[in-house]
Design a protein around this ligand. Structure first.
Ligand SMILES: C[S@@+](CC[C@H](N)C(=O)[O-])C[C@H]1O[C@@H](n2cnc3c(N)ncnc32)[C@H](O)[C@@H]1O
Length: 229
């Protein structure tokens, strides 16, 4: 079995249910999610949590990022391409040309590239570029952000989600089901990055108007920044 065969079998687990993406959460769901935190945050993979009506971590990320997306989206490190599929469905024709991109084929129809040093898209061709739970896994992250800047139109947004180094290191030791267990891991990957590191990378790449939002009990962060007009 090749790395890709193995990858698509493990990761392609279908869509999160609509209730898991609805915000704000109802009180009963919020309380149930707190009680089930050890299951949904450590012990069980996303699709199993969703079967138990616990909000999965992927649903937490998707529900944060989806409302920030505008127009044509490039999702880098897209995994099974779920963000792009949901965005297309929500926004219709203006989102139709959105693209998911990855270095591994997880079976979701992404554009597959060897790395993110040079992306196969013209300057200014996207309205939003996203890096959801992946910038730490991209060894060439500086070049990837420079490319995100290049392919964004002036005024376009970059959206990043990231867990911190400590939680990420402990988490990746415990998450027996995570995608890095099903592919080769580069020695320059990190298991998480602290907010200051992400903010510094964004500034170095030229982005401005940086805003940070915390979610999942302050353990995860979303960064939204803009390419100047
Ligand atoms: C934790 S997963 C996140 C997947 C998806 N964005 C999500 O939120 O479910 C990290 C992703 O980064 C991808 N990845 C690893 N190295 C990469 C690289 N150099 N360039 C782009 N993507 C990369 C992996 O293949 C994987 O799909």
């Amino acid at each position: 079995m090749t790395q890709e065969d193995n990858a698509s079998q493990q990761m392609f687990v279908g869509e999160p249910p609509a209730w898991a993406l609805r915000r704000p959460k109802g009180l009963a769901q919020a309380v149930y999610d707190v009680l089930g935190a050890p299951l949904r945050m450590v012990l069980l993979p996303d699709h199993v949590n969703e079967r138990l009506h616990l909000t999965s971590l992927r649903a937490e990320r998707l529900s944060m990022v989806l409302p920030r997306l505008e127009g044509r989206v490039l999702d880098i490190g897209a995994g099974d391409n779920m963000l792009v599929k949901l965005h297309r469905r929500r926004q219709g024709p203006e989102a139709a040309d959105s693209v998911g991109l990855d270095v591994v084929d997880w079976g979701g129809g992404c554009t597959i590239v060897p790395d993110c040093k040079s992306l196969p898209f013209p300057d200014g061709s996207f309205d939003t570029v996203t890096f959801v739970a992946c910038l730490n896994h991209i060894p060439e992250r500086r070049e990837a952000l420079a490319e995100a800047y290049r392919v964004l139109r002036p005024g376009g947004k970059v959206v990043i989600t990231m867990i911190g180094r400590f939680i990420g290191k402990v988490g990746h030791m415990l998450w027996w089901y995570s995608e890095d267990k099903h592919r080769d891991v580069d020695e320059h990957e990190e298991m998480g990055m602290n907010p200051g590191e992400i903010e510094s990378l964004l500034k170095t790449a030229g982005f401005g108007r940086l805003v940070r939002h915390s979610f999942v009990y302050d353990m995860n962060h979303m960064f939204v920044a803009q390419k100047p007009e």
